[in-house]
Ligand binder design. Structure first.
Ligand SMILES: *Cc1c(COP(=O)(O)O)cnc(C)c1O
Length: 353
């Protein structure tokens, strides 16, 4: 695929690494490619970062045809840059496209776009451990009509955001409220798809939790309001009585790449990992009889996020005295070690640029 590059005339000054935060700063350029039925993907280009103009009737603005991915470019101690399992993101985005009737992208073209973009924006990949260039590929339906149908025009873009360490102030376990009114997804819907609409519909429960000092919600399944699905926008894992338990992928759960990687790392540690249904009653019972040893969320942004407290039906339960557990810590160290090139990648997950 040929990518036409137009460089910016106004390069921005790099922000200080200690002040990056998440998603606030952007690189100098963006990747864009257009799709039209009959013509396919065309006009792949990297242009100066800036506003885009959309027709007021554009499909995405009315009917929410949008999917996205999130991955990071990591700087190693020797100055080189690597990605983590990029083909997993590429394949998942195509799975999302399939569910939302958006056009798929050739895997090699997608990978090439990611690599050329990161190489051009190389100076924006920060250097300190824990910092990264967060990459956001996304696609939206862009027909210029209010008619409701499968889109005939779409736009694919990649933007990059230099981001600070998620744990700039140390790894503090989060407080999680178990949500029993709103649901995030149901089987047959879009729960397994990384689409913007899922996030829009999650905000109300998140707001409710934050009003009472909780940072995320734990989602229960939409049919029985009983089985544990995810925590916020992360997958969730538990250590119960010496074994690891994580909700099985039922169709309403997002198949996280961090989840998949954690399962492999945990197995390599020698743990038994049970992917199965886990009810909230079983979780509460394990909390009450002291068998819930650790709990954590998994996702690209935080990698591993320890959970220190649950709230359910007006009662509060501490996990491991509110402190990060041993397995959570070891998992975090191993995965971040592989990503930032400090631990040997025996799984062959990293992709050097
Ligand atoms: C992206 C996402 C995750 C985590 O996926 P990773 O591939 O590990 O980053 C989990 N749940 C939801 C709802 C997500 O959108």
């Amino acid at each position: 695929m040929e990518i036409k590059i137009t460089k910016t005339q106004n390069p921005t000054e790099l922000a200080e690494e200690g002040t990056l935060g998440f998603g606030k700063h952007f690189t100098d350029h963006m990747f864009i490619m257009d799709y039209e039925a009959g013509k396919g993907w065309h006009n792949a280009r990297i242009v100066p970062f800036g506003y885009i103009s959309l027709h007021p009737a554009s499909t995405v603005l009315h009917y929410g045809a949008e999917i996205f991915e999130g991955l990071k470019a990591y700087r190693l101690a020797d100055g080189s840059i690597q990605l983590f399992r990029p083909m997993e993101n590429i394949r998942r985005m195509n799975d999302s496209a399939d569910r939302m009737c958006l056009p798929k992208i050739d895997e090699q073209d997608f990978l090439q776009a990611l690599c050329e973009f990161v190489k051009l924006e190389e100076r924006f990949v920060p250097h300190s451990f824990g910092t990264s260039l967060y990459l956001r590929p996304y696609m939206f339906g862009n027909d210029e009509t209010l008619g409701v149908h499968t889109v005939k025009r779409a736009t694919f873009m990649i933007i990059g955001s230099p981001s600070g360490s998620y744990y700039a102030e140390g790894i503090n376990p989060v407080k999680i409220m178990i949500e029993n009114e709103d649901v995030r997804a149901v089987k047959g819907g879009t729960g397994a798809v990384k689409c913007g609409g899922n996030y829009a519909a999650s905000n109300r429960a998140g707001e409710k939790a934050s009003r009472v000092g909780y940072s995320q919600v734990l989602w229960l399944d939409g049919v029985h309001r009983k089985y544990i699905e995810e925590v916020g926008a992360m997958n969730v894992m538990f250590k119960i009585d010496g074994e690891i338990v994580t909700p099985m992928l039922t169709g309403s759960i997002l198949p996280g790449i961090t989840r998949k990687s954690c399962i492999e790392v945990l197995k390599s540690f020698g743990y038994k990992v049970n992917e199965r249904l886990l009810s909230v009653d079983e979780l509460i019972e394990a909390l009450e009889n002291g068998k819930l040893e650790e709990a954590w969320g998994t996702g690209t942004a935080a990698v591993v996020s320890p959970i220190g407290r649950f709230s359910y039906a007006g009662k509060e339960y501490d996990v491991n005295g509110g402190k990060i557990g041993e397995v959570t810590r070891k998992l975090y160290d191993t995965l971040t070690g592989i990503q930032w090139g400090k631990v040997e990648d025996t799984f062959n997950w990293t992709y050097k640029l």
